[in-house]
Design a protein around this ligand. Structure first.
Ligand code: VNL
Length: 389
């Protein structure tokens, strides 16, 4: 960008961000969907975009009498890029709502823009507990790591897994998973002899897994972001960890439905806790997975797709309530929504703007020649435990 252009953009942005955004005056309702479409989190972008488009195909592309315009932008998972794109979407495109946000740093980077411009911001993927505190305009339709981790820490010691090593990606969601899993496991009489953290970008799991082998715990608890699970599984099996008697457990990010079916039979029996499984037995989910596959060359939706699909639901219903207005009216329409999602019942807590939902315990099983996360227990209506302390 030339210097003069840059200055002009910065000034325009500063002006527009000094108060409520000036919204598109024509008869459109604009959704700025910022996603990682390339780079290490590209599967998250692909899943969420597909889900958003499916929602629009099923529910029409007009809402409150306005034509819905979905503007998809690739932030490559770099927070500085996310911030710049968000600013352009607010200032130049005059979007009514920002949405997407594949990883926590990207969501955090945009919080101040949402606040200053009074633009509602729907977080469809990122899952660190504190994200909703980055702006009063943030509403979340994904999940939180404390939500998923606590359920597993209750299950593990009752099922013979008392000494558990944790292995997490070294950033927001991983640190949440580590802390909430460990505290709850210890409360339940378990032990965590070691807590390992792997770099978020280009992790090499081998040296960490060697360490786990030496410690020989009952189980290894893992959190890695969506897209990295297959690599963990492969190295876990290659190093013969399962044969050494170490069980692999984790949040459902590890047995991600986007990759699970390609992980091979070594994944059988892995127990995880999460809010969405493509195998969730409900009529609504059957319709969701079937139509998603049909529109996307047989692709199976994962939990990211669920977050994107439900995020669109939250936006559409809020737009109806606000009669197509943005800003505070749109935000108000998002708070307190309660509905059936492909994941099960779901509620946007008006106080926290965070999702309250069922957390399921699941085991990888083979059905009709395919691997699935099969739910075998449920903890109902779980609020983010990260907010009740
Ligand atoms: C995050 C959390 C990202 C869970 C993920 O995949 C995930 C995050 C991209 O908050 O950055 O599975």
């Amino acid at each position: 960008m030339k210097r003069r252009q840059f200055t002009a953009l910065t000034l325009a942005a500063a002006g527009a961000l000094g108060g409520p955004a000036v919204l598109a005056q024509d008869n459109t309702f604009k959704i700025g969907l910022i996603l990682p479409m390339t780079g290490p989190q590209a599967t998250t972008g692909r899943q969420i975009e597909a889900a958003a488009r499916l929602y629009m195909a099923q529910h029409g592309d007009t809402v409150a009498g306005k034509k819905v315009q979905l503007i998809v932008k690739d932030d490559t998972s770099l927070p500085d890029v996310t911030r710049r794109i968000a600013q352009e979407l607010v200032v130049n495109d005059k979007v009514h709502v920002l949405a997407g946000f594949g990883i926590t740093p990207s969501a955090m980077a945009v919080g101040p823009i949402a606040t200053q411009s009074k633009t509602p911001m729907v977080v469809m993927a990122a899952a660190t507990s504190s994200i909703t505190e980055a702006s009063p305009y943030i509403v979340r339709t994904s999940f939180t790591l404390p939500q998923a981790s606590v359920a597993l820490a209750d299950w593990a010691p009752k099922n013979g897994l008392k000494r558990v090593v944790t292995l997490v990606s070294d950033y927001g969601p991983g640190l949440d998973a580590e802390k909430f899993f460990r505290e709850r496991l210890m409360l339940n009489g378990g032990q965590v002899p070691e807590s390992l953290r792997v770099p978020m970008r280009n992790p090499d799991f081998a040296p960490f897994l060697q360490k786990v082998r030496d410690i020989k715990p009952d189980a290894l608890f893992v959190f890695v972001p969506s897209g990295a699970g297959a690599a963990v599984m492969k190295q876990f099996l290659e190093r013969g960890m399962d044969k050494a008697g170490i069980k692999l457990i984790g949040t459902g990010d590890v047995t991600d439905d986007d990759q699970l079916n390609d992980m091979g039979d070594g994944a059988l029996g892995v127990v995880t806790s999460h809010h969405y499984s493509a195998n969730h037995p409900s009529a609504l989910n059957k319709k969701f997975t079937t139509e998603f596959a049909k529109a996307n060359k047989g692709m199976r939706p994962n939990f990211m797709a669920a977050g994107g699909y439900d995020g669109m639901r939250v936006i559409y219903e809020a737009a109806k309530a606000s009669k197509g207005q943005g800003g505070d009216a749109l935000l108000a329409g998002m708070k307190g929504q309660i509905f059936e999602s492909p994941r099960g019942p779901m509620f946007i807590d008006a106080q926290t703007r965070d999702v309250v939902q069922n957390i399921y315990l699941r085991k990888v099983e083979k059905k009709d020649g395919q691997l699935w996360n099969v739910e075998f227990d449920v903890i109902k209506d779980v609020k983010d435990p990260g907010k009740t302390r």
